[in-house]
Design a protein around this ligand. Sequence first.
Ligand code: ATP
Ligand code: FE2
Length: 358
Amino acid sequence: MSKNYCLGIECTAHTLGIAILSLDETPKFLVNIKDLFTTEKGGLIPNELGKHHKEVAPKLYAQALEQAKISPHEIKFIALSNAPGLAPSLLEGMRFAKHIAKDLNIPIVPVNHCIAHQEIGEITGAKDPVMLYASGANTQIIAYEAGKYRIFGETLDLGVGNFIDTFAREAGLGFPGGPKIQELAKNGKKFIELGYSIKGMDVAFSGMLTKLQNMLNKKQASLEDLSFSLQETAFAMLVEAAERAMAHTGKKELVLGGGVACNSRLQEMCQVMCKERGAKYFCPERQFLVDNAAMIAYLGIKIFLSQERTLENGRSHAGQVPSQESKSPECIIFKPEDFDKLDIKPRERTDQVEVTWK
Ligand code: ATP
Ligand code: FE2
């Protein structure tokens, strides 16, 4: 049976995602499904996440195969998000991936989750963008420069999504708070000074959070006005950081990534900034903004195909000495007999990843 598909697995945080893409230079997206772990209180207990992923993975996998109408034997390899993230989630995802891959005797390609957010922007037409990656745990401004994906700016304390969710939880809005704050903000009228905090291209939210909590507890402002002011202040900081990175790198494109990028006010502010700079604005659809397995498979396919090309070239230029710096193929594509060498990397940073596919 010919093997024409890649199975993607996303497992870095509270989302367990499964996707199936065709193994092409321009892949077809057959399936992109997920199961999100949430609690009433909104707190994330890492061990509970592991349990959740273990429980839902086999069901999602079966459902994905059924929806794609393919046999598991048509899967050529698995793309797995092994970094960065919460160890218990990553571990369960990896266990599941190894289990299937051993069963089918196929390799695993590990993928960095943050870079996958960036690369999926390509399907919207972005070629060499600065990415504003605004999610729950992460808030970073990333761009490709001199052979690496580099972080130009980031949050010095909380991720913007966690910041919004924490405030929302205290206001009794439940989890996730982002969409609810967005709705309330539409009815806010009065702008309240919350403290704009940006240093270079780095931002910070904890001061603003304390101020918001105090005002909420003392009933000094309506929830609508607080939500409105939160969005206007926090998003202006993100847009300014992104704009500085664009000026610094000379790049003329902005792409959004992460769950907070679903926010229509943030999107609008980014669009205005790009228009004023004469830059192009790109925003993937919601299913590719939030944590998802399709972006993992998408980057996995790029890595896999580029590796195949390198090996082909190697064969036709036999005798050529490989460069000292480049990774050996077994560190990029892990065959079942090498699975003990494949591990999770909970703290891997974007700029530590060797970009082998560009
Ligand atoms: P990562 O692991 O990449 O840090 P994550 O696990 O937090 O991401 P995502 O799915 O990327 O997950 O994003 C979830 C976040 O997005 C939550 O904090 C949620 O409140 C926020 N969010 C979703 N929709 C909106 C919205 N419309 N406005 C603001 N925030 C939103
Ligand atoms: Fe993410």
